[in-house]
Design a binder for this molecule. Structure first.
Ligand SMILES: Nc1nc2c(c(=O)[nH]1)N[C@H]1C(S)=C(S)[C@@H](COP(=O)(O)OP(=O)(O)OC[C@H]3O[C@@H](n4cnc5c(=O)[nH]c(N)nc54)[C@H](O)[C@@H]3O)O[C@H]1N2
Ligand SMILES: Nc1nc2c(c(=O)[nH]1)N[C@H]1C(S)=C(S)[C@@H](COP(=O)(O)OP(=O)(O)OC[C@H]3O[C@@H](n4cnc5c(=O)[nH]c(N)nc54)[C@H](O)[C@@H]3O)O[C@H]1N2
Ligand SMILES: [Mo]
Length: 819
């Protein structure tokens, strides 16, 4: 089943490399976004759509999770937000006729760009066992088949339910309920590959797995450190906030192996000044760090602060350290023991430069550290982020204006999905509240995260793989292993908006369930439905699409899950289910006495210490009026309000375009729900990657023309690369040392040493070498083409996140014949 992913986008003749851009955004960005919108949507729909992005009665941009400013611009979108919208609101369609024309085998030869360009999915389709083509199937038959497969499992842990971060709060909440109602916590999500390291480090040290700043804090900061992040491409609206902070006198330090355009200069297309006068220089200091050197950088900053404190005093916030933190002495001792020479080696930056950065931190009155994947996707990411927290704690930079931690999230609702319980390691408090609300006993045993799910499939322990969005086959590491793993299952189910490779790497049977996106109008139960999302700064607001959906036959994510719940939890004797959205509820809410009876049953089970999984599964299911929930999402919000802390009066608080901010102990009151009840200093052993002689450390990153595995085009304008994606950026001195020159074709071969000492090799063929100002010993190439090189077992300690920014490779002259 698993074949090599296609390499048809290698086109050496089209690929050109020009000058790098020093300015991000500006007029070319606007033109580029509009051009793509027109191509996909036409002029009228483009104007209708783009004007509604992130407006108070509009829809949440499906692009990134950066918050909206309170005073919205008329056009509150960025180039890449506009591309994300165009990609979803496209007028191109993939219907049953498309699948009749193209076999799965043929589609598997197409690259990600081609697949995405085909348009929106319009009908449920099924790939029968042994079939060569998907064929149309009714919603009823498709959902019944899924329910039957799930019911037939020997053990609910034989099913895995993935989530990508575009799913709304309402859909996410219902989805996790379905999964726990079945009896498993196998809820891996994209976050496992993304900000899991942030969550792990922040939960331990601050007692909350989220950031502690608001957009106002960004504006009011005195110093912003932006580490391991490329906002010019991935969070362009963040540049406006940084510009505002700068205008008020903030200093900005960019920490990155690459001189990314957005960090160097930025022209704001939303202000005439930005267009005409040539923009702001964003970063005051650019710290060109070695890949994986950030822990050393933050240890160096902490070391300098402590040294100056010992000498002159006046550096530390003693009142805060004494009253709000634990572990300070252990941290101080550990940092004192780290030699400066080692910090210099790990960062690749001279001691006086490191001290200069640290002096900027010392003199700052309020510091925020922002970060993204450059800090989370390394083996030692969790200790790195704990050391970020240490530095902030020294000066009391948590829980006061203009200060704090700011992990900048990826997907537009990835943070909300977690808040709604999409998590393989749910807290007992959450499960208890869920049990009480729905009268059942949710399983307590932790489920699989993304990497564990792949291992379980590989080892034949999973029969059904279900994905709520995303592109699992392409986003995950070790492509060959993952594709083989997926194909061991009996059934793969994808709820998707657009065609992608995960539809082509299937189990024995496969089903695609097309769904509505953010921009689509969602009419159910006679009314237009809204959904809600949470941004990177814990602000919750409603989102409502206005466009006519790509086909009348689409169901929302909520409707799909509600119907599955009905089939699984109500229809246990196989009675017929009326699919009409306006149908009366099949059953009323359970009577109060009935709920009480179930409560007694559950208490008995718990008192006897039995595993809830041992409960009679046929009776231990959540109780709700699924049809009513399907037809009125405010009823789901009413459940959320009773289960999830911070959502009290949910419906009222999102009325009329209002936004509310979820409670955040560290930010609101300097309260820390940690093991010590205080913000925790931690002593972390210094780690940094070792690069064997003659090898390079490869980071896999995003170009300017993609949204994760969705490829918008083949240009990476700011980095000067056009017409192709199979490039590897290498320092020119490393090229010289290896006898290679700019323009050569090479294979990338990753080398991974197993715990047994055996060395495994993985190969990605035919990449054009580009001489680029990355630190010596470091290289960069695009994801997802290079996922094939990331070993499944190469994950971050504690968080289990694949080490996508840290892959040891060697370059070999390419032997393969031209494509
Ligand atoms: N247009 C667009 N927007 C997006 C996305 C998209 O694909 N396209 N993806 C969304 C998602 S899911 C996410 S998670 C975010 C991702 O946002 P980013 O994290 O900005 O995405 P990457 O391209 O992975 O960029 C990583 C950055 O970190 C730097 N870096 C790599 N390794 C290190 C290191 O060891 N130390 C330091 N200091 N820097 C390092 C790289 O040079 C690069 O600038 O963006 C979101 N927004
Ligand atoms: N090597 C390497 N690997 C990485 C990374 C890296 O930097 N390097 N980054 C990692 C990160 S940060 C992340 S977040 C993951 C991303 O992993 P995923 O979230 O799995 O991948 P996406 O490409 O965002 O998923 C795109 C697909 O989602 C579907 N989709 C889009 N909108 C909707 C919607 O509203 N509803 C539904 N149901 N489906 C929708 C479409 O069918 C589309 O094809 O990849 C990770 N993998
Ligand atoms: Mo992400």
């Amino acid at each position: 089943m698993a074949t090599k992913p296609p390499t048809s986008d290698i086109d050496e003749n089209d690929l050109t490399v020009g000058d790098r851009k020093k300015v991000a955004v500006g007029v070319p960005a606007v033109l580029h976004a509009l051009q793509m919108s027109y191509e996909q949507m036409g002029a009228v729909r483009s104007a209708q759509t783009l004007l509604r992005v992130n407006q108070k009665d509009g829809f949440d941009c499906p692009g990134c999770a950066w918050p909206e400013e309170d005073k919205r611009h008329v056009a509150e979108f960025c180039e890449n937000g506009a591309k994300a919208v165009a990609e979803e609101a496209t007028l191109r369609r993939v219907g049953p006729d498309f699948f009749a024309r193209h076999s799965v085998a043929e589609l598997r030869e197409r690259d990600d760009y081609w697949l995405g360009q085909q348009g929106r999915l319009t009908h449920p389709v099924i790939l029968d066992e042994g079939a060569t083509h998907y064929r149309e199937v009714s919603w009823d038959d498709a959902l019944r088949l899924v329910a039957d497969e799930l019911r037939a499992l020997d053990d609910p842990d034989e099913a895995v339910f993935y989530t990508s971060g575009r799913t709304s709060n309402e859909a996410a909440f219902l989805y996790q309920l379905l999964v726990r109602g079945l009896g498993t916590n196998n809820l891996p999500d994209c976050s496992n590959m993304c900000h899991e390291s942030s969550g792990s480090a922040l939960t331990q040290t601050l007692g909350i797995g989220k950031g502690t700043v608001s957009i106002t804090d960004i504006h009011e900061a005195d110093l912003l450190i932006v580490a391991g992040q490329n906002p010019g491409t991935n969070h362009p609206r963040m540049l406006s906030a940084l510009e505002k902070a700068k205008a008020r006198g903030a200093t900005i330090i960019a920490v990155n192996p690459l001189p990314e355009a957005g960090l160097i200069r930025f022209e704001n297309p939303q202000t005439p000044k930005g267009m005409i006068l040539g923009g702001t220089r964003i970063a005051d200091q650019f710290v060109q760090i070695r890949l994986g050197g950030d822990q050393a950088l933050f240890q160096a900053i902490g070391k300098h602060l402590l040294e100056v404190e010992d000498r002159d005093g006046g550096v530390l916030d003693h009142a805060f350290i004494d009253s709000c933190t634990s572990g300070f002495e252990e941290y101080r001792a550990a940092i004192a023991a780290v030699p400066w020479e080692e910090l210099v080696v790990a960062t690749g930056i001279a001691e006086d430069r490191l001290r200069h950065v640290a002096e900027t931190v010392r003199t700052s009155t309020a510091t925020i550290v922002c970060w993204a994947m450059g800090l989370t996707q390394h083996k030692h990411s969790v200790p790195t982020l704990r050391d970020v927290v240490n530095v902030l704690l020294l000066q009391g930079n948590i829980g006061r204006p203009g200060a704090g931690v700011c992990p900048v999230r990826g997907h537009s609702n990835v943070q909300g999905d977690r808040t709604m319980g999409i998590y393989e390691k749910p807290s007992t408090a959450f499960l208890d509240a869920l049990d009480d609300e729905f009268g059942f006993a949710a399983p307590r045993e932790y489920g699989y995260d993304t990497v564990e799910a792949i291992r379980a499939m590989r080892d034949g322990r999973v029969r059904v793989f279900f994905a709520m969005g995303g592109n699992f086959a392409r986003a995950t590491p070790d492509t060959a292993v993952t594709e083989a793993a997926l194909s061991t299952t009996d059934l793969t189910v994808q709820v998707s908006t657009k065609l992608n490779r995960s539809h082509l790497v299937t189990g024995r049977r496969a089903i695609i369930l097309p769904t509505l996106g953010r921009t689509d109008r969602d009419r159910r139960g006679g009314g237009e439905q809204r959904v809600t999302v949470e941004d990177s700064m814990s602000a919750v607001h409603a989102s409502r699409g206005r466009l006519a959906p790509p086909s009348d036959d689409l169901l929302s994510e909520v409707a799909i899950i509600a119907r599955l719940c009905r089939l699984l939890f109500d229809d246990r004797d196989g009675e017929d289910v009326d699919p009409r959205p306006t149908a009366p509820p099949l059953r009323a809410q359970p009577a109060a006495e009935e709920v009480d009876r179930r409560q007694v049953e559950r208490d008995t089970v718990e008192a006897e210490g039995a595993d809830p999984v041992g409960v009679d599964r046929a009776r231990n299911v959540p109780q709700a009026d699924w049809t009513a929930l399907e037809n009125d999402y405010s009823l789901i919000r009413a459940h959320i309000a009773r289960v999830v802390p911070g959502f009290e009066d949910f419906e009222e608080r999102i009325a009329k375009g209002r936004t509310f901010i979820l409670p955040n102990g560290p930010r609101d009151a300097r309260t820390f729900a940690t093991a010590t009840g205080r913000a925790m200093f931690t002593a972390n052993r210094l780690e940094y990657p070792e690069i064997p002689a003659g090898r390079l450390l490869l980071q896999t990153l995003r170009s300017h023309d993609q949204y994760n595995t969705t490829i918008y085009g083949k240009d990476d304008r700011y980095r000067g690369i056009h017409g192709g994606r199979r490039v590897v950026l290498v320092n020119e001195h490393d090229l010289g040392a290896q006898g290679l020159s700019d323009g050569d074709l090479v294979d990338l071969v990753s080398e991974w040493t197993q715990t047994t000492g055996a060395v495994e090799e993985r190969r990605a063929e035919r990449f054009r070498v580009v001489a680029y100002p990355t630190p010596r010993g470091n290289a960069a190439a695009y994801y997802p083409e290079t996922n094939v090189l990331v070993p499944l077992d190469s994950v971050a300690d504690v968080s289990g996140t694949p080490t996508s920014k840290s892959v040891v490779v060697r370059l070999e002259p390419s032997a393969a014949a031209p494509a």
